[in-house]
Design a protein around this ligand. Sequence first.
Ligand SMILES: Nc1ncnc2c1ncn2[C@@H]1O[C@H](COP(=O)(O)OP(=O)(O)OP(=O)(O)O)[C@@H](O)[C@H]1O
Ligand SMILES: C=C(C)CCOP(=O)(O)O
Length: 235
Amino acid sequence: MKILKIGGSLITDKSEGAFEIAKTDIMDMVSRQIRGEVILVHGAGSFGHPHVKKFGLSPEGVSRTHSACLRLNSIFCNSLIEHGLNPIPLHPMEFFNNPDFEFIKELVSMGFIPVLHGDVVLEGGKFRVMSGDEIVRVLAEELGPEAVGFASDLPVIVDGKPVEEINSNNFTEILKRIGDAGNKEDVTGGMKGKLEEAIRIARICDVFIFNGLENGAVEKFLEGRHVGTRLAKII
Ligand SMILES: Nc1ncnc2c1ncn2[C@@H]1O[C@H](COP(=O)(O)OP(=O)(O)OP(=O)(O)O)[C@@H](O)[C@H]1O
Ligand SMILES: C=C(C)CCOP(=O)(O)O
């Protein structure tokens, strides 16, 4: 079983000022490539980050953000269904209140595709943002996947060039040299936050950070081939 995050930068317009703009053509392109046993997690993109920026985690902000994340989840799951797949949406606000990882395993073994997403979650009496990247890491720790993929709109870039391989020798240097989410609306650390979660996942399995816009990249990842930037499992 594999875990794949579909980034908000891939399936929404996340540029400054964009509010709830879904890229349904890209979702369809992704859906066409999904096969095999996989758990999907999608980011919030412009259905999450701008709401948190504008309204914070006030009661209004929590309601608006969570509702918008559900709207994006529904659009994405519809695309999956239209392409013959059987997604089961699992909303982190409820799921992580009382997590049941066996339930996810059972869904996968029955041929369903669990679909989680970046969300706001209640923890210790307070709401906080839980990014899709963090969710992927928690799922990886609990479920021990064969591989984890992060499909965004870029691999890891340093000095204008894609990085093929990140390991314990070059990780610290690379982390210093990459940015958060550039000029995009983002409250969860952008590429830097992703890399911090990815290095933790590499204790469990290989991790790939790649450009999901590249022809067949999602399919390649699901077939177990090298795509984008690889963080090899730390043995
Ligand atoms: N060195 C870098 N290499 C690649 N991307 C970078 C780098 N520095 C900053 N970025 C930015 O990080 C973005 C990817 O992070 P982002 O958090 O937006 O990913 P995502 O998972 O697709 O989105 P979301 O968090 O909404 O799910 C890129 O689109 C780019 O603008
Ligand atoms: C902004 C919210 C609510 C979730 C962020 O999740 P991400 O898009 O995966 O970083």
